[in-house]
Design a protein around this ligand. Sequence first.
Ligand SMILES: [Zn+2]
Length: 317
Amino acid sequence: MSEFLPRPCPLCGGTETRAEVQSLHRAETMAFEDVRPYWSGLSQDKRFFSYHRCADCGLLYNPVFFNGAQLGALYSNMAPNMDVVARDAIGATQRGYFERAAAQGPLAGGYLEIGPDVGYIVAEAAGRDVFDHFWLFEPNRAVHDMLRAAAGDRPVTLLPDMEDISAVPDASIGLAVMVHVLDHLLDPRAMLTRLRAKLRPGGTLMIVTHNERSLLRTLMGLRWPPFCLQHPELYNPDTMADLLGRAGYTGVRIERSRNHFPVDFLARQALEAVGIKLDRVPLPKATIGLRLGNMLSLAGTPAQATARTGVEITAAE
Ligand SMILES: [Zn+2]
């Protein structure tokens, strides 16, 4: 008997699926201890749980995945985040996300972020001097001091459990943020429903995820990095809009988001791809923004529905 968890579609509850993406060695045919070494995704030999498409709603997800206890063991043993891309490029990318949310409407009330990492967006939000309290849910305790520093002199509550946001007062949050978090969750719909109750009238939810309908996915096929052991489901603009609607959000907007890369990083990657190594040659430190396979989703509470209803998707490639 498999040690892994059979699961219905986390969006609609359906169980009828068709297989779409499978690694040569499928994780669901292996023992947990044998899958473990592939968790980080750094191995050239990719192994992941098979992705199926739900026959009812079209979500791409793993009908068999790690159970909660296995996930707990895997996440608690994560190596420190080794950034391939320079920190100023990550900072530029995340500032771009915040700018987009800020352009959505006036910011006020509480700021809530699930999985804020070292707090790039937290620092940006604290700098605006508009939020009265920061609620940060980050399991990696090693970055908690950095997060406190990022919030500056604002009141901050730091909690290690990403799934339990019950401490946050209902209807108090002006901006809730999840960057590359939602496609890691076993039950994203329950999380989004709990989160909606925390938004104040006119509050905004901003989510950044991969887009499984992106050009990059089409070009890379099986090698597309988001096909891995850490993503029990992957979204496209339609399934994201469906999920947000079912969780009670309105005014959904979905756009392709911009990732910033250092110019020298991109140049080296391009030159290495054709066999030229340029280790010692200094290249410009500027960054460039590319819309590469990610999408940014914005949604609000029903109180906003009078101002704007329906779904607007501009993420087609
Ligand atoms: Zn479904």
